[in-house]
Design a binder for this molecule. Structure first.
Ligand code: 3PG
Length: 395
């Protein structure tokens, strides 16, 4: 997939560039708790500063549902000052109104951050009102927030209709990495799917099944499978509505299923390894499946070691609670060790990123995608609105 890149634009000096980043980061008491996604947008921001452009950055922060509390981007703008080591202008506007913005006064190389775009109702409805207003601010539009590319909103897909639109450095790198594994993966292609919610993984399994040699599954997908086969799974997370689909895909010889699991209480107590055989049953609703077991780690490792291409999305278990981290951490380390050399390794999604950051192995992986939902939709074969906006010819 080819997109227009901001690197192809000559003479950016003095040009006003509206950049959609993804600064949707966790904040507590006005402090950014994890700035991973912000740091991933820095190469584009610094590139534009070096080119002496005038930058207007925009992002959402939380507020996906109308009932979510409003969250101002002001603390994020403050944090950006620290990352860039230069002042950042914050441009507020009122919650619940589509703002009429004065031209933001910027000198070459200066940076402004707009208030949370989700303060404007038309961010979501994307009728063009907010898009036109934003477009007045700039000569060019750049999309660099890969993690937002699946949202058909004003700041992601709308403004691109009114300005010459380009991909930033991060999004270009993410599209290249993901396209490589989707379009022409070196075989064997081994996919590792975990995560709590089966629903978001089904389209990925469906879309990757024809291309992949093996798909190793765990998490909510496998719990639901066990339940659908008639096993008692106690308080494990399942999604009954996907029973038929999961049973259908699990028939494929390409799907490799766990052979043992770690069952215990939510707080990590009473944890034990349980083999999957005819006697498997969890009758106590306070007990649930929280990790894959050691025999499964060994089994999955054999497939990972054969792979020339590796894709991984979703933790194998509740890695945040000891002792349920072993399955996820073991496979994450192996995944990283095989990447950048033996195999081309791509992983992503909120919790997956947390794991590789925690284990300090992100640098060993070919691509750690910032996208959660966006990566899943891409792997699921959907055309993301953000990319479509960049694929058109620049005006
Ligand atoms: C993410 O955190 O995955 C992105 O920032 C997208 O956030 P959203 O689901 O609120 O659109």
């Amino acid at each position: 997939m080819k997109i227009n890149s901001i690197r192809d634009v000559k003479n950016l000096a003095g040009k006003r560039v509206l950049v959609r980043v993804d600064f949707n980061v966790p904040i507590k008491n006005g402090q950014v708790l994890d700035d991973y996604k912000m740091r991933k947008n820095l190469p584009t921001i610094k590139y534009l500063i070096d080119k002496k452009a005038k930058l207007i950055l925009m992002s959402h922060l939380g507020m996906l549902s109308p009932t979510d509390p409003p969250q101002s981007l002001r603390p994020v703008a403050k944090h950006l000052e620290k990352l860039l080591k230069q002042p950042v202008k914050f441009v507020p506007f009122k919650l619940g109104t589509n703002p009429e913005l004065k031209l933001i006064d910027l000198k070459n190389g200066e940076v402004a951050v707009l208030e949370n775009v989700r303060y404007a109702p038309d961010e979501k409805t994307n009728t063009g009102i907010f898009a036109k207003e934003l477009a007045k601010q700039a000569d060019y539009y750049v999309l660099d927030g890969f993690a937002s590319a699946h949202r058909n909103s004003t700041s992601v897909a709308g403004v691109a209709k009114y300005l010459p639109a380009f991909g930033g450095l991060l999004i270009t790198e993410e599209i290249a990495g993901l396209s490589k594994v989707m379009e022409k993966p070196n075989q064997p292609l081994v996919v590792l799917i975990g995560g709590a919610k089966a629903e978001t993984k089904i389209s990925v399994v469906k879309n990757l099944l024809p291309k992949a040699d093996y798909i190793l599954v765990s998490g909510g997908f496998f719990n639901t499978y066990l339940w659908a086969k008639g096993f008692k799974v106690g308080g494990s997370l399942i999604q009954k509505e996907f029973k038929t689909e999961i049973l259908k895909y699990a028939q494929s010889k390409k799907l490799i299923l766990p052979v043992d699991l770690v069952v215990g209480r939510a707080d990590g107590s009473a944890a034990r390894v349980v083999p999957i055989n005819a006697d498997f049953k969890i009758t106590d609703s306070k007990l649930a499946i929280y990790d894959i077991g050691p025999a499964t780690v060994q089994l999955f490792a054999e497939y990972i070691k054969q792979a020339a291409t590796l894709i991984w999305n979703g933790a194998m278990g509740r890695f945040e609670v000891h002792p349920y981290e072993y399955g996820t951490f073991s496979l994450a380390r192996l995944f990283a060790a095989r990447s950048k050399g033996k195999a081309f390794g791509v992983c992503g999604g909120g919790e997956t990123v947390q794991v590789v950051e925690k284990l300090k192995v992100a640098d060993q992986i070919d691509l750690v995608s910032t996208g959660g939902g966006a990566m899943l939709e891409f792997l699921g074969g959907k055309k993301l609105p953000g990319f479509l906006a960049l694929s058109k010819k620049a005006k």
